[in-house]
Design a protein around this ligand. Structure first.
Ligand SMILES: Nc1ncnc2c1ncn2[C@@H]1O[C@H](COP(=O)(O)OP(=O)(O)OP(=O)(O)O)[C@@H](O)[C@H]1O
Length: 290
């Protein structure tokens, strides 16, 4: 369990990458959702003990972040820009990381690496050079390196960026399997990444935690704010681009979904069941409507 209390971080005077974040992360997968620059990477790097907060406390199973050696043995981290030297094989790379993590016994290393390669379904490619891997395969090796040493907590920063749709689905399913007995924190700015596999979500925006709760609660944030109307070409071209959140060409014109605190056009009808994505957009726009 990770307990975060009043965590703040500033890189430059007056600009807060994190502002008074309090959050508890339990077993299972939590989705950390937020637009670019929300502070997700900063939060994850602090949890992985790679950066120090400006103020606030974090403990992992009761142990403070200042005991970084112990924390690192409990946490596996896959950074956003995960790079592997292209000339080595996946297996050799994992062996290198395991050695760096202090796993001295070569036969135990071999056994654990083999088990992890099975887990991420990379056993058959493990002896090929990394330069021959797809983005998805590199990410799977990335997860394997994060899991070396059997950490009970896994922190994964935007892992699906750059993956094709099939690899995305495979990767999400793999994370879901891992989260059964572990605490997993998955950051993303793509709602679909958390839709199928996160029971709990935390949404950040401009360094603040703007919501924690279930997917249903996020979806509900769109209630009363999403509208639908058919716009002809002229109306569509003239509409405020912030108003329209999706559109579909139909025989009658452009069928548009709009986001607004009040009926935006005389013909607009309220959407009774906004999607999760619409709930997320409504939440992010919330401050603008207040
Ligand atoms: N090393 C740094 N020096 C100065 N400012 C930084 C630094 N790293 C991040 N920031 C700023 O802190 C804020 C949060 O950035 P962060 O990378 O944590 O957000 P993020 O939610 O992970 O965004 P992204 O999805 O784009 O990675 C941004 O305003 C960013 O410009």
């Amino acid at each position: 369990m990770i307990t975060i209390e009043h965590l703040s971080k500033t890189y430059r005077k007056g600009v807060w990458a994190l502002l008074d974040i309090s959050l508890q992360l339990n077993k299972g997968m939590t989705g950390l959702l937020g637009p670019n620059g929300a502070g997700k990477t900063t939060l994850m790097r602090i949890l992985a003990t790679l950066q120090e907060p400006t103020s606030g406390q974090v403990s992992v199973n009761g142990i403070p972040l200042s005991r970084s050696e112990e924390i690192r043995s409990m946490i596996g981290y896959l950074p956003q820009q995960f790079r592997i030297y292209p000339q080595v094989t996946g297996r050799d790379f994992l062996d290198y990381v395991a050695t760096m993590k202090g796993m001295k016994d070569a036969s135990r290393r071999r056994k654990e690496i083999s088990e992890l390669l099975d887990l991420v379904n990379m056993q058959d490619k493990a002896d090929k050079k990394v330069r021959t891997y797809s983005s998805g395969m590199k990410q799977r090796i990335g997860i394997a390196q994060a899991l070396l040493g059997g950490p009970e907590i896994l922190i994964v920063d935007e892992p699906t960026a750059g993956l094709d749709p099939q690899e995305r689905v495979r990767f999400r399913n793999m994370l879901t399997r891992f989260s059964i007995n572990r605490t997993v924190l998955l950051s993303t700015h793509i709602v679909a990444d958390i839709e199928s596999n996160c029971r709990r979500i935390a949404v950040m925006d401009k360094g603040r935690l703007v919501m924690t709760g279930s997917l249903e609660e996020l979806q509900q944030r769109g209630a009363g704010l999403i509208w639908e109307a058919v716009l002809d070409q002229r109306m569509f071209a003239q509409a405020d681009p912030r108003l329209i959140i999706s559109s579909k060409a139909t025989a009658e014109g452009m069928l548009c979904r709009m986001i607004a605190p009040e009926r935006p056009l005389p013909d607009a009808v309220p959407v009774p069941d906004p999607s999760l994505e619409e709930g997320y957009l409504a939440l992010l726009r919330g401050a603008a409507y207040a």
